[in-house]
Structure formats: C-alpha cells, structure tokens
Design a binder for this molecule. Sequence first.
Ligand code: TA6
Length: 300
Amino acid sequence: MSAAQVECVELDQLTCWRIRVADSELLVAQQGAQILSYQQGEQPPLIWLSPDAAYKGGQSVRGGVPICWPWFGDLRRNPQAVQTHYQKDEAPAHGLVRALDWELLGIDEEDDAVTLRFAYDTRDQPLAGWPRDAGLSFVVRLAQDLSMSLETHNRSDTPLVLSQALHTYFAVSDVRQVSVEGLEGCRYLDTLQGWQELRQQGEPTFDAETDRIYLDTPARLSIVDPGWKRRIHLDARGSRSAVLWNPWVDKAQRLSQFPDDAWQDMLCIETANLMEDIVQLQSDERHRLELRLSSDILRP
Ligand code: TA6
C-alpha cells in the first residue's frame, strides 16, 4: 500500500499541494513553485514558514524556498552581463518568477516517494522587460529526504547570463546557538560592510544582522543546531556560491509577513549561482541547480 499521500489544498488565494511520504510532510504552492514547509517525522520543521505568512496572488510567501531567477537580490548589484537582459527601470528584488503562477506538469507517486514537476515557459508567459526565450523546470522529490532541481534551458539563439538562488529559510531552535559547517576559509562579500571581500574565520555564528555572499563554497554545508540536537545538511550540485542571511532585530521589524521576534527562529542559507559563479548558457544549453536536504541527530 502506497505510503504516499497527495492532497490539493487552497490556502487563501493560493493552490497548494500537501504531500506525505512515510512520516515526512511537504507543502508546496503552485505560485512560484514555492516549497512552503517541510517536516520529517516528529522533528521540528526543517524548513521555516513565517507565522505571519500571507497566501496572496502575486506576492511571495515569507519562508519556504522562494526561487530567485533570472537574478538574485538587487539587479544593480549583479554583473553587467546579468543586468543587460532586463529592459525596464524598476527591477523587483530576487527576479521575476517567485510570485508568478507556474504550470504543474505532473505528480508522480511511488510507494516511498512523490515527485512534483513544475515548469515556467517564457513562450507561454512572457516576462515583462525580459525578452528572452527560456524554459524553466523545477522538480521536487519527497522521499527519505527532500531533493529539488531548478533547470534553465536557453532557447534563445544568443547567450543567456543569469544569477539565481534557492532562497531556503531553515527553522532553528535559536539562531544565537547555531553554527554553520563548511564555510570556514571561504571568501565572502559582506553586503553590510560595503560589499567588501573578507575570508571566513572559523565557523559562522550569529550575534547580529548577517547578509553575506560566500564564494567557492563546497558541495555540503550543514547547520549545527544544539538546541534541537540536529544537523541539517545541504548537499548542492551546480552551485559554488551561497548566501547566509539573518535579519536580526532591526531588519526583522521592517520585513513583511515577519513577526518582530521571528529572527531567532530562522536562518537562510541560499544555494546559488552569484557573482563569479553566475550561469552563462550558450544557445540551447541547459544548467541545473540542485539541492538535497537531510538531517541527522547531533550527538554530544
Ligand atoms: O537573501 C538575503 C536577502 O537579499 C536579504 O537582503 C533580504 O532582503 C532577503 O533577501 C529577503 O528579501 P525579500 O525580498 O524576500 O524580503
């Protein structure tokens, strides 16, 4: 008997899918192909969803895994080759697709896994100000762990250059207690210190607003959370850069859909292609950005 369950649920204005496999549960919105939450068994959630999340058309939900594409962050902070494709004056943060309706191509159920396949096709839904011919697919697989893959196909007859990120919000017991393994020694741009390039000394810990772009990142990063006695592992492919972000007290008060004290409960590690790691596709080339999330018990 299949242990997999698939249920379509309407959350306010958004059509979402609640998937259960064994003792794991995943919630995904069709808008933005946005993973909203993910929990394994009786553990606290791995992926954080804001208690103040709003499920409105045309607005990214706070939390989960927003898809930042075809640029990350402030377009003006991206390499010129990324900026050049966009022809309007006002560029939204984190690109153009995280709050648009994607197409659900299908849901494949196996005994011990469920796969959702989403697509965004600029031929069907042109992106205002970004007149490029590209096909996006986002495949999410819930099994023992959670895997996701964002593939870009450049169908233009000229090169396409983009930056992107899987902007994952992780749930933590208390961000002041956690550290991150894998970033020691990496170069990073500190966006809060004039974007100066620094080098990570020891494992990052958190005692203030943090907003950094790490470069030459390894395939595996891990969040060490002693409060919940667990490690969350991020295994990436097709990415050599990552963003580490916590808004801390002041910025938390300026964020939408974000309780003032929620900065303690979350940490973003964003699996990305940024700066020297941007994606450059010749005509008809493809790129995949992949991430697998797992966890294990933190032994004393
Ligand atoms: O990834 C970090 C960041 O760029 C922060 O600077 C902050 O702006 C965050 O993304 C959230 O952005 P959003 O547009 O979703 O509020």
